[in-house]
Design a binder for this molecule. Structure first.
Ligand SMILES: NC(=O)c1ccc[n+]([C@@H]2O[C@H](COP(=O)([O-])OP(=O)(O)OC[C@H]3O[C@@H](n4cnc5c(N)ncnc54)[C@H](O)[C@@H]3O)[C@@H](O)[C@H]2O)c1
Length: 339
């Protein structure tokens, strides 16, 4: 994309050392913007942004969004939050704090700067849905007291805060409900199904299927997702969302396992384990609103997207489960990343 100096913005990305945040930053820098990446490295890693170390328009600040932040920017993408169940259940109180206090702090900053702010919300706000596929006007079916609630309810509360800042203070907000996304730089031990299957196949371990494998998921390739987020930030003034961003192609977990085994032949077979509590049976976005308002459509098929994702995992020393260990840093617990 050609860069015009007048259109250069200074953009804050919270959670920028994470999987999605680091891809978003790459795209924003390529478009000629300045980027401030704020991250406490709880699940993110410097490795995701090390290629930007000497970039003249990139800055990294180690900071926890639960505390106020004072920077001058033109736009804010609020992505800071552990996203996989293994990570967000490790310290559930901190997870809710990150969603809620983080939203309050970033909204306060946006209010002072009168700037656009985008929230990385999630399909988890729909909980274990009774309607399928999920549209944005579906209010969800969420357990408020279960092990996933710290994330689901934290994200729901963050959405509430975004809309109250919009109604009460006229803040220009954008809320994206992100569905399962995969691609290079996923954390190899985040326990999510795509990374699980790939790491297990690469290590010659049996692939673990929870339940009978007939539960369905849809998988969005990271480049498509980032395109959707940038399109949402640039969308018309009055458009706030929430808007689903995800790939509506639906696969059973067994189908995903077969695809991975097709690309990484292994004789180790499949082991079955019981379904975790509150695990949704079906998850598929209705993306009519994104198609209409953002003219956005995912373009990368699962077969295409799995190839660079597998290459990414081949290129790192994939840790065993036991290597995903909590460690303390400045009073807050974080995951030690070997990569
Ligand atoms: N990846 C997906 O499929 C998916 C789906 C739905 C929603 N999302 C949302 O998108 C965002 C990014 O997800 P991701 O997959 O890149 O996860 P990730 O764990 O790779 O990235 C999250 C980043 O936030 C940082 N972080 C966590 N707590 C923080 C805090 N208190 N202060 C500052 N930084 C903090 C982490 O260190 C990490 O770098 C999250 O908000 C997540 O809820 C992701």
């Amino acid at each position: 994309m050609p860069h015009l100096y007048e259109s250069r913005k200074r953009i804050l990305v919270t959670g920028g050392a994470g999987f999605l945040g680091s891809h978003l930053i790459d795209r924003l820098l390529a478009a000629g913007h300045e980027v401030i990446c704020v991250d406490n490295l709880f699940t993110g890693t410097k490795r995701n942004i090390e290629h930007l170390h000497d970039h003249p328009r990139f800055e990294f600040t180690r900071h926890d969004v639960c505390f106020p932040l004072y920077v001058e920017v033109d736009e804010i993408y609020n992505l800071a939050c552990p996203a996989s169940p293994i990570h967000y259940q490790h310290d559930p109180v901190q997870t809710t704090k990150t969603s809620v206090h983080g939203a309050i702090n970033m909204l306060g900053l946006a209010k002072r700067l009168r700037c656009r702010i985008l929230q990385a919300s999630t399909s988890e706000v729909y909980g274990d849905p009774e309607v399928h596929p999920q549209r944005e006007d579906y209010w969800g079916r969420v357990n408020p007291i279960g092990p996933r609630s710290c994330y689901d309810e934290g994200k729901r509360c963050a959405e509430t805060l975004f809309f109250d800042y919009h109604r009460q203070h006229g803040l220009p907000i954008k809320v994206a409900r992100i569905f399962n996304t995969y691609g290079p730089r996923m954390h190899p031990a985040d326990g999510r199904v795509v990374s699980n299957f790939i790491v297990q196949a690469l290590q010659g371990e049996p692939i673990t299927i929870y339940g009978d494998g007939s539960q369905t998921r849809s998988f969005c390739y990271v480049d498509d997702l980032i395109e959707g987020l940038i399109g949402l930030m640039a969308s018309a003034d009055g458009f706030t969302g929430p808007v689903n961003i995800g790939n509506p192609d639906e696969f059973t977990i067994k189908e995903l396992a077969d695809k991975v085994v097709g690309l990484i032949p292994t004789n180790a077979g499949i082991v079955r384990k019981p379904l975790p509590q509150d695990d949704p049976r079906h998850r598929r976005p209705d993306i009519s609103l994104a198609r209409e308002k953002l003219e956005w459509n995912p373009t990368v098929s699962l077969d295409e997207g799995l190839i660079p994702t597998i290459e990414h995992f081949r290129g790192i020393a994939a840790p065993q489960r036991g290597d995903l260990r909590p460690s303390t840093n400045g009073g807050s617990t974080r995951w030690a990343n070997r990569h």
